[in-house]
Design a protein around this ligand. Structure first.
Ligand code: 4NP
Length: 147
């Protein structure tokens, strides 16, 4: 059985999916004393706030992600976190390209395994609702698995 540890949520831009995943996971794990953060595999939006559609769906669910700032995944993340959760399979490929999994104790998995949480960037509010539901399910399963 997996045990609680520090969690990094990763997507491509760190403005749509992973900030939401960070917010949801923080909210769900507030009694667990774990660090939760998020990052992007790309450098497209460094220092940007989350997408307003992610802020909105978070807010509708009682979670405030307005003050997050996008950053890129870095090598220290593989020592500072116990779990890295990717939103889609391309994220997994990109993460694994940075580090050989044999060289880290960090577990690298899809958040909602075996499903992918698809990029909603070119989508609409409905896509963000779907992303929220998938993220919620993924986070809940991880935490249930720790108990
Ligand atoms: P995210 O969404 O990976 O969930 O943050 C995206 C944000 C930006 C881009 C793609 C996906 N982009 O191509 O700029």
């Amino acid at each position: 059985m997996d045990k609680p540890g520090n969690v990094l949520m990763v997507c491509l831009g760190n403005i749509c999916r992973s900030p939401l995943a960070e917010g949801v996971f923080k909210n769900m794990s507030s009694d667990l004393n774990v660090k939760v953060d998020s990052a992007g595999t790309s450098n497209y939006h460094i220092n940007f706030c989350p997408d307003k559609r992610s802020i909105k769906i978070a807010q509708m669910n009682g979670i405030d992600i307005r003050f997050q700032k996008a950053r890129q995944l870095k090598i220290e993340d593989f020592t500072n976190f116990d779990y890295i959760f990717a939103m889609d399979r391309q994220n997994l490929i990109d993460i694994r390209q940075i580090i050989n999994e044999n060289k880290t104790n960090c577990k690298i998995q899809l958040l909602n395994d075996p499903f992918e949480i698809e990029d909603p960037y070119y989508g609409d509010d409905k896509d963000f609702e779907l992303v929220y539901d998938q993220i919620y399910k993924g986070c809940k399963r991880v935490i249930d698995n720790w108990k």
